[in-house]
Write a protein that binds this ligand. Structure first.
Ligand code: TYD
Length: 204
């Protein structure tokens, strides 16, 4: 592996991940770093097919759903993420394995440990250097979603509450990797906090 840095953004729908991903990419570019922006599920040709199957298909049972996300992640890491890290780039992904642990492991009740192991197997054990969790009260999150909700977003309040807690529990279990931010803060404040933490990684 080269000197690349791997950053993931996590959080419920509507937490402002895409805004923060872009802000960090701009900040890094201004530092002269080469950045690769990516996302899960679906940032490859095969990924698009898998994304469509998992988000818009009907009657996807929980184990199938978990395997589809894991398949997408395996392919994404092998074909997009690892090559960029090997080139020394900063890879920023909108969602990664913590989403699977929260949604499939806890939300769908398949077990956090099982789903974590599945993703670690799929990726050959690749964990981010930093995971930014944009934590947002589920009601505020729903209010922010203006487009038509996808199949997971239609899961309801209880699903949102338990998956939010799952992300928070995961962050509490690995404070070295996670930066937890209150997503209701102004976007500039969030971006500054993320840049400070990434700056520390760049100096390492
Ligand atoms: P998408 O519209 O790509 O992104 P976002 O909601 O982040 O704006 O939707 C991705 C959906 O897939 C989202 O509802 C969360 C879900 N998801 C999982 O359930 N497990 C996973 O491993 C990943 C990566 C996403």
């Amino acid at each position: 592996m080269g000197d690349g840095i791997f950053v993931s953004f996590e959080g419920g729908d509507g937490a402002g991940k895409s805004t923060q991903v872009r802000a960090l990419a701009d900040w890094l570019a201004a530092q002269g770093r080469t950045v690769l922006l990516t996302f899960e599920p679906g940032d490859s040709a095969l990924g698009k097919v898998l994304r469509d199957a998992v988000l818009h298909g009907e009657d996807v049972d929980p184990r199938t759903e978990a395997l589809l996300y894991a398949t997408d992640r395996a392919h994404h890491v092998a074909s997009v993420v690892r090559p960029a890290l090997a080139r020394g780039e900063v890879v920023i992904t909108d969602r990664y394995l913590d989403s699977s642990v929260a949604y499939q492991g806890v939300g769908r009740g398949l077990g956090a440990d099982t789903i974590e192991q599945l993703s670690l197997w799929a990726t050959g054990g690749l964990l981010p250097d930093l995971t930014v969790l944009l934590d947002l009260d589920p009601e505020a999150a729903l209010a922010r979603i203006t487009r038509e909700p996808d199949r997971l977003e239609r899961g309801g309040d209880e699903f949102h509450a338990i998956t939010r807690q799952a992300f928070l529990d995961r962050a509490a279990g690995d404070p070295q990797r996670f930066l937890v931010l209150d997503a209701r803060l102004p976007a500039e404040d969030l971006a500054a906090a993320v840049a400070t933490r990434v700056g520390q990684l760049l100096e390492r």
